[in-house]
Write a protein that binds this ligand. Structure first.
Ligand code: V47
Ligand code: SF4
Length: 415
């Protein structure tokens, strides 16, 4: 499904909606909007002022899709215009066996079912890295389960070997969940541990393991693994070393809107302190084959509202990313009008976390041409970036061979 999002806004809601003008000087919202709080929030956003947690909650409870879309798109275009970023990466998943038992996780195999999972050695993982030699990828994203043998020694060795083999490949690896576990086992502080990871070749940290920060809900869905405070502390220490990381939220399970705002608020506060977060990635809970399978998944409307509120609330985050294998290509396209400016997804089928949880894309793989055309077809500008958001290539004017083939066909002379 390809949707022209601007037309979509107008036809979806017959009330008058002003898409911000080209100079982005003004945003006017629904002229017949009666709700004073929503009018006040729109005015603040237009002026670039920060909204409060109470206003954030009000948006979740009362903000209609079209209203949220206009505001989030205003912020998105003010920050990035039409630019839509993507990068080329592959995943390494050393193991899917895990000591923890997060109830939303469809991926991990408990130790007692160890034979159903995989546990790769450094040599096996390096063979996977080498299989990308000569291929146009700028990042390796490493993620997996938590097991004792995957310790400080293992990962410093792995990062070192990747860097010796391919120094320019950005290593984005692990989360506070793994780091907390391995530093505790090693009896070293977070500061020392993160310093050692940096020296070994870790370039940045992905956003996983955040789940939901509210302690009660976290305990129910992810009990036993690092606490919210520990998650935030490890990111803070990493940022203090001058390094970057991402943040996520896992939404749409047993949490409520107040928990989502609490999560966003804790991230916004830390970002005020460190400025080290690059992008925020909302992750929709998928319910296949896990202990929360009885919960229905939230609707796509709710996904778009959640992207939009994240964009409006996190005024100090540069980027909001949609993980397309999780939500599917059509919603990923639509998300570009609801605050999202970055599309992530492996160009190869190298991650199993989401397909095992019932995500839209069971074998996530898009060629560069497909990803670029997916972005172009909703009127946005595809920009390849590296992990730190340096622009590598503007694809606006690039034509791919497959596009040419198509054009050749329609331009056959009429005789
Ligand atoms: O923390 C696990 C989530 C996360 C399910 O930083 C699930 O660039 C939905 O953080 N339904 C790990 N989500 C992945 C992650 C990530 C992904 C893409 C890019 C980046 C980045 C980070 O996956 C976990 C958890 O929140 N997850 N199971 C599930 N059933
Ligand atoms: Fe383990 Fe991560 Fe799954 Fe939790 S979400 S069980 S920590 S792999």
């Amino acid at each position: 499904m390809v949707v022209n999002v601007r037309i979509y806004f107008c036809t979806l809601d017959s009330r008058r909606i002003f898409v911000p003008d080209k100079n982005r000087q003004m945003i006017e919202l629904l002229s017949d909007l009666k709700d004073e709080v929503l009018i006040a929030i729109a005015t603040k956003v237009e002026k670039g002022e920060r909204i409060t947690p109470e206003e954030g909650l009000y948006l979740y409870e009362n903000g209609e899709l079209a209203y949220l879309g206009v505001l989030a798109n205003y912020v998105r275009e003010k920050k990035h215009g039409n630019n839509t970023y993507f990068n080329k990466n592959f995943h390494l998943e050393p193991t899917n066996i895990c000591l923890y038992t997060c109830s939303f996780c469809s991926y991990s195999r408990l130790i007692k079912k160890r034979e159903e999972g995989w546990e790769y050695t450094i040599d096996e993982l390096m063979d996977m890295v080498k299989s990308y030699d000569g291929k146009d990828v700028s990042e390796v994203h490493i993620v997996g389960g938590v097991l004792p043998q995957y310790d400080v020694k293992f990962y410093t060795e792995l990062f070192g070997q990747i860097k010796s083999h391919r120094p320019e490949l950005h290593v984005k690896a692990l989360t506070p969940v793994e780091y907390h576990y391995m530093f505790k086992k090693e009896k070293i502080s977070y500061e020392e541990g993160m310093q050692r990871m940096k020296e070994a070749g870790l370039d940045s940290m992905p956003g996983g393991g955040a789940e939901i920060f509210d302690e009660e809900i976290r305990d129910q869905i992810a009990g036993g693994k690092c606490s919210s405070e520990q998650w935030l502390s490890i990111h803070e220490i990493w940022h203090d070393l001058g390094m970057k990381s991402n943040a996520t939220i896992l939404y749409g399970h047993i949490e409520n809107y107040a928990h989502r705002i609490d999560h966003l608020e804790r991230l916004r506060s830390l970002q005020d302190k460190t400025g080290g977060f690059q992008t925020f990635i909302p992750l929709k809970f998928r319910n296949k084959d896990n202990e929360l399978s009885h919960l229905p998944e939230v609707s796509n409307i709710e996904d778009l509202r959640n992207y939009a509120i994240s964009r409006i609330y996190l005024d100090n985050f540069d980027h909001i990313k949609a993980y397309w294998p999780m939500i599917g290509r059509s919603i990923a396209q639509l998300s570009l009008a609801f605050g999202v400016d970055d599309l992530d997804g492996t160009i190869d089928d190298t991650t199993k976390i989401y397909s095992m949880a019932g995500s839209e894309e069971q074998n996530p793989s898009l060629s560069t041409a497909q990803l670029v055309n997916l972005i172009k077809s909703v009127g946005r500008k595809p920009i390849e970036r590296d992990t730190l958001y340096h622009v590598l290539k503007d694809y606006s004017e690039v034509e791919f061979d497959e596009d040419k083939e198509y054009k050749g066909y329609v331009s056959l002379p009429v005789v």
